[in-house]
Ligand binder design. Structure first.
Ligand SMILES: [Zn+2]
Length: 393
């Protein structure tokens, strides 16, 4: 297939994906007025039709569109655009009709900006990659020491009462304008309270499933960070109590969802906080090993060049040197595109994904062929280093 044709198909596939994600967002927003929801769905349908060849577009009426949204996406994606990206099998709603987590991230990562959709979703003007770049450009302007301080703060203080945040971020506070009021985020509110995830400290999502209320971290649900609302009524003036339902559900206390409580914007959490946590997890695991030296954000030219440098030098064995970058994108296909758009780096780089993306690492590796990039996961990298330094597995 000609390259141009292939690019067009890839673009149309993303356009259809954007329309489906936006439509799912509109369908699942309980606060939308029916007339507004209908207008949003009409615009999504128009974008979807435009992504299909004219002959196929006619088959999509509103009823067909809404029905198809409940199943795997394959029929909604333009014919001929099939690829190994996994989107054909992707479902935006679960069996209870609830929208999947990270829908907004998925959408932002594949976003094809469309005037019709931007009117409804102001954030749909900016692609994830641009947001990630904006964050790192601001970080890059900092002195190396401040840069390291800011990265650590991303992990330690991503949300909380404004006075606590201001004290922690101190001199960086005015230069880091990525905080938003938790009161503006209804998706994390439970009777006027919000709950920080015990792992990333960012607000957890509140989901109403039938008569039950579930509270969970979108990124750490797979680590067992999920709760249900306790049966006992809350004491007057106190947050409702949550009961842990997963192995990572440490006790959490609700905080008021007021304008006095702030959290880092969603893209900064996704592309700044989550990778930083992965890197710190790697560091903590690896620096306990003998003959392993880990440097955080060392940068030979700039501190943001790559995130970790791991040196393994066991006596009598071959030394190993790794430059590592952690990535926490929802879509590895979008991550591949973003990495391919960048200048190739002059050294071998290891990209680390969270463990739950293990099944996608081969696909990413293949998409990056020709680059000096090796794709792995947190657990695999730890196992590899343990082996290199002769530690028991
Ligand atoms: Zn979390």
């Amino acid at each position: 297939m000609a390259l141009k044709e292939c690019d067009d198909l890839r673009l149309q596939r993303k356009q259809a994906l954007t329309a489906c994600c936006m439509a799912a967002a509109a369908e699942s927003d309980p606060q939308l007025q029916p007339a507004r929801r209908a207008a949003m769905l009409m615009d999504c349908l128009a974008v979807l039709r435009a992504a299909h060849p004219a002959a196929d577009a006619a088959q999509w009426g509103m009823g067909e569109f809404r029905r198809a949204l409940r199943g795997p996406l394959a029929p909604l994606l333009p014919a001929g655009s099939e690829s190994g990206d996994g989107f054909g099998a992707l479902c935006l709603f679960d069996e209870d009709g609830l929208v999947r987590d990270a829908l907004q991230d998925l959408c932002r990562e594949h976003l094809v900006p469309q005037a019709a959709l931007e009117w409804h979703w102001p954030w749909a003007r900016v692609r994830a990659e641009q947001e990630e770049r904006r964050l790192y450009e601001i970080l890059r302007r900092l002195e190396p020491q401040e840069y390291r301080r800011a990265r650590a703060l991303l992990a330690e203080n991503p949300a909380g009462p404004v006075r606590v945040l201001r004290r922690a971020w101190d001199q960086l506070w005015m230069r880091f304008d990525f905080f938003e009021a938790v009161s503006d985020w209804p998706w994390c509110h439970l009777d006027g309270w919000w709950y920080p995830c015990p792992k990333c400290r960012w607000p957890m999502r509140v989901v109403r499933r039938g008569g039950e209320v579930e509270v969970r971290c979108e990124a750490h649900r797979a680590h067992g960070v999920h709760y249900r609302l306790g049966l006992e009524p809350a004491t007057t003036g106190a947050a409702p109590l949550l009961v842990g339902t997963g192995k990572g559900a440490e006790a959490v206390v609700g905080l008021p969802a007021s304008t006095e409580h702030l959290a880092l914007s969603r893209p900064v959490w996704r592309y700044g906080v989550l990778p930083t946590l992965l890197e710190l997890e790697l560091r903590d695991e690896l620096q306990r090993l003998d003959h392993v030296h880990v440097q955080m954000w060392p940068g030979e030219l700039r501190p943001d060049e790559y995130d970790l440098r791991i040196t393994v030098a066991p006596p009598g064995r071959r030394a190993m040197n790794l430059r590592v970058d952690a990535k926490a994108w929802e879509s590895v296909e979008a991550l591949a595109c973003a990495l391919l758009e960048r200048e190739p780096q002059p050294y071998a780089l290891t990209i680390v994904l969270p463990d739950h993306q293990d099944h996608e690492r081969h696909y990413l590796q293949e998409r990056l062929s020709g680059r000096r990039i090796r794709v792995t996961t947190v657990s695999r990298l730890i196992a590899r280093v343990r082996q290199a330094c002769g530690a028991a597995r």
